[in-house]
Design a binder for this molecule. Structure first.
Ligand code: BG6
Length: 510
C-alpha cells in the first residue's frame, strides 16, 4: 500500500463525538500500520476552549477505546499524541479563520507538511458553507497544478432534500473544484461493501447469472438493535428514510446492481453507480402507501427487560410521526434489472444488528423432485453478509441420503473471520487514507447524491404531507411491522430473517 504525501488533516467540529470515536482512532490505526505520511499533523478546530494537551488527552482516550491496533501501547500512543494540535475558534465567524491560517503556517514550518491540507467537516451541517467560505477567504482552498493539494471531506447528512443538496453542491463548487470534494458515506468504506465489487467482478461465475433472467428478487436489510441513543433530537428531524436509506442503502444497492466499470478508477466506477440511481423508477406520491412501509418502535420487551418507545427517547417529540423503520419495494428500469423487485428495509430497535444483501435466484424451470416444490417456494440464495460476522452464504438443494429423492436446503458458508490473518480496517481508516491519496472512488459524486435525493424526495414529502400513509407501530426488539412481510407475498418471496448462525443473534427467539 502507498503512503500519502506529507499533509495536515484539519478537523472542524473536533470536540465532537465523531472525531473522538471514529476519526482519531482510524488515524491511529493508520499510524500503527505506517500508512501516515512521514510529516503529518492533525489540527482540531472547534468552539470549545481547549489547549493542545487537553485535546490530546481527549483524543487518546478515544483512541484507547476505539482503535483496533496497539491502543494499549503507551509509547506508541504518546508518539502519536505529539502530532495532534488544537485551535479554538468561533466557527460561525468568517474572520476567525485567520487563526486557522496562522496556526497552519506555524505547523507547516515546524512539521514540514508541504502545504497539503485535508479539511474534514465534522461540524453540524449548517456550518459547512461557513467553514468553506472562511477557508476560502484566507486563501486556504486554492489548488494549482503542481502546487500543494487542498481537499475537503464532507460528512453526512449531505442536504435534507434535493433542493438543499443542490444548494450545498453549488456552494461547495464555487469554492472547490469537484475533484477536491469528497462526500463521505461510511458504508462505502466498509471492507465487506467493497467486497461486493470483488465478488461480482473478479469472479466469472456470478456475473452471467446477475440479471433479470436468473434473479427472482433482491433484498437489502440494514437492521440495528440499538435505538436512537443520545441522538433523539437529530434523528427526530430526519428519520430512517433520510438517515439510512437515502445514502447508505442506496450506495449498497448501487454496488449490487451496477454494470461492470471499464476500469477501476473514480470516474469509471462512479459513472456506473450514478446510472443505477438514474434508473430508479420514481415513486409517485399516490404510490407511496403501496410500495413503502414505515414504522416507529413502541415499547417492547427483550429478555424480560423493558425497551422504551421511540416517543419516550430524550429529544424526541412526544407525538412524533418520524419513522424509525422503512421497507420499500423498488425497481430499476434498465435492461439488466427490468421487472426484478428490490426489497430494501432498515430500522432501529430490531432484534439484531445485521446488514446483508440477499439475492434470490429463480426456481428451476421444471420441477423434477416435486414434493419439495410443493412444499413452498425454494430458491437458490446468495447471502452477502456485510456486518457483523462478514461473509457469504450460498444455499442450494441437495438430496437427503436414503430412499427416494427428498431435497433439502444446504448452505456453503464463508466467514471473513476464517481468514485468521485478515485485518479488517475500519471504514474511516480506508476512506481517510484514500482521500489523502487523492482517490475518490469510494466517495459519492455530486450527481449521485442529487440522483439519490431526486428519488427519495417525493417519498419524504409524502411522509410529511399525506396523513393517510400509515405509520405502523412495532414493538422494540421485534422485526418491524407485519405489513412489511405482507409486501413480499404477492411477489412469491419473503424476507430472510438472518438470525440463525449469527453470533450476535441472541434476541432471535423473540
Ligand atoms: C449512521 C446513521 O450514518 O449510520 C446512524 O446516522 C446509524 O443512525 C449508522 O446507526 C449505522 O452505521 P453502522 O456502520 O453501524 O452500520
Amino acid at each position: 500500500m502507498r503512503k500519502p504525501a506529507d499533509c495536515c488533516v484539519v478537523i472542524f467540529g473536533a470536540s465532537g463525538n465523531l472525531t473522538q470515536t471514529k476519526l482519531l482512532p482510524a488515524l491511529f490505526d493508520l499510524y500503527c500500520q505506517d500508512l501516515l505520511p512521514d510529516h503529518f499533523a492533525v489540527l482540531g478546530v472547534s468552539r470549545t476552549p481547549l489547549t493542545d494537551d487537553e485535546f490530546r488527552e481527549r483524543m487518546i482516550e478515544g483512541v484507547r477505546r476505539h482503535a483496533q491496533l496497539r491502543s494499549d501501547d503507551a509509547a506508541t500512543l504518546e508518539r502519536f499524541a505529539r502530532v495532534l494540535f488544537y485551535q479554538p475558534i468561533d466557527t460561525g465567524l468568517a474572520e476567525e479563520y485567520a487563526k486557522v491560517r496562522i496556526r497552519l503556517e506555524e505547523l507547516d514550518r515546524a512539521q514540514g507538511m508541504g502545504g497539503n491540507y485535508l479539511y474534514y467537516m465534522a461540524t453540524p451541517p449548517v456550518l459547512y458553507e461557513t467553514v468553506a467560505e472562511g477557508l476560502a477567504a484566507q486563501g486556504l482552498t486554492c489548488q494549482t497544478e503542481g502546487g500543494p493539494w487542498r481537499r475537503v471531506i464532507v460528512e453526512k447528512p449531505f442536504g435534507y432534500d434535493l433542493a438543499s443538496a443542490q444548494a450545498l453542491n453549488r456552494k461547495l463548487q464555487e469554492i472547490f473544484a469537484e475533484n477536491q470534494i469528497y462526500r463521505i458515506d461510511h458504508y462505502l468504506g466498509k471492507e465487506s461493501v467493497q467486497n461486493l465489487l470483488v465478488l461480482r467482478f473478479a469472479n466469472g461465475i456470478f456475473e452471467p447469472l446477475w440479471n433479470r433472467n436468473y434473479v427472482h428478487d433482491v433484498q437489502i436489510t440494514a437492521a440495528e438493535d440499538a435505538g436512537v441513543n443520545n441522538r433523539g433530537a437529530y434523528y427526530d428531524r430526519v428519520g430512517a428514510l433520510r438517515d439510512m436509506f437515502q445514502n447508505h442503502l442506496l450506495q449498497v444497492l448501487a454496488m449490487v446492481a451496477m454494470e461492470p466499470p471499464t476500469r477501476f478508477d473514480a470516474t469509471s466506477v462512479r459513472n456506473e453507480t450514478v446510472k443505477v440511481f438514474q434508473a430508479l423508477r420514481p415513486v409517485k406520491p399516490e404510490e407511496v402507501s403501496d410500495c413503502v412501509v414505515r414504522g416507529q418502535y413502541v415499547e417492547g420487551k427483550v429478555l424480560g427487560g423493558r425497551l422504551a418507545a421511540y416517543r419516550e427517547e430524550p429529544g424526541v417529540a412526544p407525538a412524533s410521526m418520524t419513522e424509525t423503520y422503512v421497507a420499500m419495494r423498488l425497481y430499476l428500469d434498465n435492461w439488466r434489472w427490468g421487472g426484478v423487485p428490490f426489497f430494501v428495509r432498515t430500522g432501529k430497535r430490531l432484534p439484531v444488528r445485521v446488514t446483508e444483501v440477499v439475492v434470490n435466484f429463480r426456481q428451476t424451470p421444471h420441477c423434477l423432485f416435486d414434493r419439495s416444490c410443493r412444499e413452498g417456494v425454494r430458491y437458490n440464495q446468495l447471502v452477502l453478509r456485510l456486518q457483523p460476522d462478514e461473509g457469504i452464504i450460498l444455499s442450494f438443494g441437495m438430496k437427503v441420503p436414503g430412499a427416494g429423492f427428498e431435497v433439502r436446503d444446504v448452505a456453503m458458508d464463508f466467514h471473513y473471520s476464517d481468514l485468521t490473518d485478515a485485518y479488517l480496517p475500519s471504514a474511516y481508516e480506508r476512506l481517510l487514507l484514500d482521500c489523502m491519496l487523492g482517490d475518490a472512488t469510494l466517495y459519492a459524486r455530486n450527481d449521485a447524491v442529487e440522483a439519490c435525493w431526486a428519488f427519495v424526495d417525493p417519498i419524504a414529502r409524502a411522509f410529511s404531507e399525506d396523513a393517510s400513509i400509515p405509520l405502523y407501530g412495532y414493538p422494540a426488539g421485534s422485526w418491524g411491522p407485519q405489513k412489511a412481510d405482507e409486501m413480499l407475498v404477492p411477489y412469491d418471496s419473503r424476507w430472510r430473517y438472518p438470525c440463525k448462525g449469527l453470533s450476535h443473534g441472541s434476541h432471535c427467539e423473540l
